[in-house]
Design a protein around this ligand. Structure first.
Ligand code: NZQ
Ligand code: ZN
Length: 385
């Protein structure tokens, strides 16, 4: 196991009816900017619950954060913060609203000339941020308990991420009842995104970090075990609660400390979203099986561990175990209704050209061994046509 330092300051407020706790955890004297998306919270009662909880607070609203939140929209919120003298932010919605709020919190306090620099340097130029909390309504990203965000610049179709110790939520309310109105597409997105967050931290070299390994396997087992109920049955509290908590654990940092991290699937997937508009999880389900095949030289032992411990596969030899495990992962994606090929989204080899040109231009080396360059990205995506 590698050395690590880890702290997570986010208070989790979990369970049905817990939105009312906002009245205690949002500072009484604050001027609060409530940030939300395209209106799902107006239709499912979450907006009313938040407003009731904050009836004695000063609350100003900023609506219209897009899925894959736009930099341009975030800058409008920063202007609003300055005009309205806001000193606390409350994100209410999915990962996009939360990520936007993190970026807005940092950009509002940014002392440099151009806040896009925050994305160019991955968050290292963030030295302070407005305090913020969240009501998370979509189990998927783990954004409710981590310090990361992903922002899209619509004008240039760039999608870049940042992390900073200053952009952890102070608290996040997770009420599984809020997930009852999620469409099946978003539920599938959430299951697959959380699954692949675990893979990015687990499916690397054999690293003998048993706590991280077994916790990672537990999280994906919960996702697989609940997925039938989540996708194919009417909403039920315990399966939603377990799904929600598993998605948080998939990316709250715990399973990724002291071990090599990959994140190549995410980096490639972000380009598919930026250029072609696929949902985040849709891109990951296309890319991951390709990464598993192309990188199996050094991922082999962990792929086999995944096959045995999570999918219960017992094969005649190592090659068969690896092949069957990759097939089991793809089959599970299909079982939740997730497509796994570029051609499923009418994308062909010209789409790969555009993505590889970006990686070549940036000179990025991806993966836990920094071995995935633009040429390798082409090989991975060509497998996924
Ligand atoms: O905008 P509204 O009207 O709220 O509707 C949203 C949106 O259309 C809707 N929705 C959310 N909660 C709902 C609901 N509809 C009905 N009932 C509810 N309870 O769902 C749609 C998608 O929402 P969005 O927030 O975009 O989805 P998700 O949570 O999957 O977030 C995706 C974004 O997170 C980034 C992705 O790149 C993408 O930009 N990620 C953030 C990460 C992080 N911060 O750590 C890690 C991830 O890997 C990911 O990259
Ligand atoms: Zn993700």
């Amino acid at each position: 196991m590698n050395n690590f330092m880890y702290a997570n300051p986010t208070e989790i407020i979990f369970g049905q009816g817990m939105i009312e706790k906002l009245k205690d955890v949002v500072p009484k004297a604050a001027r609060v900017l409530m940030i939300y998306g395209g209106g799902s919270i107006l239709r499912n009662g979450v907006y009313d619950q938040v407003k009731a909880a904050l009836s004695e607070h000063t609350v100003i609203e900023f609506a219209g954060i897009e899925p894959n939140p736009h930099y341009e929209t975030c800058l409008q919120a920063v202007t609003c913060i300055r005009e309205q003298k806001i000193d606390f932010l409350l994100a209410v919605g999915g990962g996009s609203v939360l990520d936007a709020t993190k970026f807005i919190a940092a950009a509002a306090s940014y002392t440099g000339d151009d806040p896009w620099q925050i994305l160019l340097d991955g968050g290292s130029s963030i030295t302070q941020a407005l305090p913020f909390g969240a009501v998370m309504t979509l189990p998927a990203t783990g954004s409710e308990m981590n310090d990361g965000g992903v922002i899209t610049r619509a004008a240039t179709q760039e999608k870049l991420s940042f992390t900073s110790p200053h952009t952890f939520p102070a608290f996040s309310v997770l009420d599984p009842l809020t997930t009852y109105t999620l469409p099946t597409r978003q539920l599938a997105n959430g299951l697959v995104d959380a699954f692949i967050h675990v893979m990015e931290q687990y499916l690397t070299d054999q690293h003998q970090a048993l706590v991280q390994d077994y916790m990672a396997e537990a999280v994906v087992k919960v996702l697989i075990e609940t997925s039938e109920a989540i996708i194919h049955q009417a909403p039920e509290y315990n399966s939603r609660a377990n799904f929600m908590w598993a998605a948080t654990w998939a990316l709250n940092g715990w399973i990724g400390v002291g071990v090599p991290n990959d994140w190549a699937t995410h980096a490639i997937g972000h380009e598919l979203t930026a250029l072609y508009g696929l949902d985040h999880a849709q891109t990951l389900a296309i890319v991951l099986p390709g990464v598993m095949v192309m990188e199996k030289a050094h991922k082999a032992r962990k792929i086999m561990q995944l096959g045995r411990n999570v999918f219960g596969i017992d094969a005649i030899d190592d090659d068969a175990l690896i092949t069957q495990t990759i097939a089991a992962v793809e089959a599970w994606f299909h079982s939740v209704g997730m497509k796994t090929r570029l051609s499923d989204y009418q994308l062909d080899a010209t789409a790969i050209d555009a993505i590889c040109a970006r990686f070549a231009e940036r000179g990025w080396q991806l993966g836990e061994h920094r071995s995935i360059d633009a040429k390798r990205v082409r090989e991975i995506l060509t497998l996924r046509l």
